[in-house]
Design a protein around this ligand. Structure first.
Ligand code: TK8
Length: 334
């Protein structure tokens, strides 16, 4: 009996040793969703990430991407990740503040001055600290991709001064900091999921929305909006999130592939986003939008009008988080 038991134990051990080696990279189909259209620079990032994944897995993985909120909006898709029914989402951080309040730090108005500051914060220790917090909520952040600097479009009049916001029905993301920012500007801020914005603009349920040039262009907002004003009032990132319950069932080698290819996608996506931005600005004007810069003195008044948002939301975001990003920005700015 004893010998038999020992024998089978040896057999199990042998199998146990052999199994992980064979199973390091399994056949898998990954579902990835996002809210933008297939013409948005996110698609360039997804294509680069897919090529990397196919290469690193010898074609064992298939990456299926779904566009234009077809698998649900940012928040719904993120909840599907948390419950382990979907692998990946590329989402704005802003609608996820109910899941992780610290993400609200990126919604603070006029936080970043330019893309290089955003990259340094997101790809450095501050970005890692925020990513670490996501794990408590069943989410792995593989990388920060670019949504970009946001600008206002509307159907009423050019926005050239603070008073032009008065009473304007502006769609904002489902996020209290954005809500508060636009209320401080005198607008009538209306939270709404991204997938509903085009129709709401078309039916005149709202007058205005704000997004980066590439999104205004690729979502065809120029068809339902007349004025575009360069407000650059916030830089919101995208996160490339992976389901933690699914992640936990993957091997270390598979984790490394996801991390590496998520960063490959990020680099391609940021490059595409930055290359398209000025082209998008020209394209929407060609399509009939009237564009204006805002006078620096008026921008200063707009900045002042929203400053109280920092203090008001510091506690919800986490005072330590707000202080940490301020310190990081001071360090970058020298
Ligand atoms: C797309 C959104 C979009 C965001 C918004 O799902 O909601 O306005 O800027 O890019 O994440």
């Amino acid at each position: 009996m004893k010998t038999l038991a020992n024998l089978s134990l040896t057999a199990i051990l042998a199998a146990g040793v052999a199994l992980p080696a064979m199973a390091e990279v399994q056949e898998r189909t990954l579902t990835l969703s996002n809210g933008v259209s297939e013409t948005h620079p996110v698609a360039d990032g997804v294509a680069a990430m897919r090529e990397c994944i196919v290469d690193k897995t010898d074609g064992k993985w298939t990456l299926n991407a779904f566009w234009s909120s077809s698998l649900g909006d940012d928040l719904q898709a993120t909840q599907a990740l948390r419950s382990g029914t979907q692998e990946m989402v590329i989402t704005s951080t802003s609608p996820l503040v109910g899941i992780e309040p610290a993400l609200g730090v990126f919604d603070l108005p006029f936080l970043f001055a330019d893309e290089s500051e955003a990259d340094a914060v997101l790809d450095g220790d501050f970005g890692d600290m925020i990513s670490g917090k996501m794990e408590n909520s069943g989410l792995i952040n593989l990388a920060y991709w670019e949504n970009g600097f946001r600008n206002l479009t509307n159907s009423l009049h050019p926005v050239t001064k603070l008073e032009d916001f008065e009473g304007m029905r502006v769609r904002v993301m489902q996020n209290n900091i954005f809500l508060d920012t636009f209320q401080n500007l005198g607008a009538n801020a209306m939270p709404m999921a991204f997938g509903e914005v085009f129709t709401a603009l078309e039916t005149k349920t709202i007058d205005a929305q704000e997004n980066p040039y590439v999104t205004i262009d690729t979502s065809k907002f120029y068809e339902v909006q007349d004025y575009l004003s360069a407000t650059r009032h916030a830089y919101t990132p995208f996160m490339l999130l992976f389901s933690k319950p699914i992640w936990d069932s993957y091997s270390d080698e598979e984790h490394a592939i996801l991390k590496e290819c998520g960063a490959v996608g990020r680099d391609a996506q940021r490059a595409a986003s930055r290359a398209l931005s000025s082209k998008s600005l020209a394209a929407v004007q060609e399509a009939g939008m009237s564009f204006n810069e805002v006078d620096p003195a008026e921008m200063e008044r707009i900045r002042e009008a929203v400053q109280s948002v920092y203090e008001k939301h510091a506690e919800t975001i986490g005072s330590d988080v707000v202080e940490a990003i301020r310190a990081k920005l001071d360090e970058i700015r020298g």
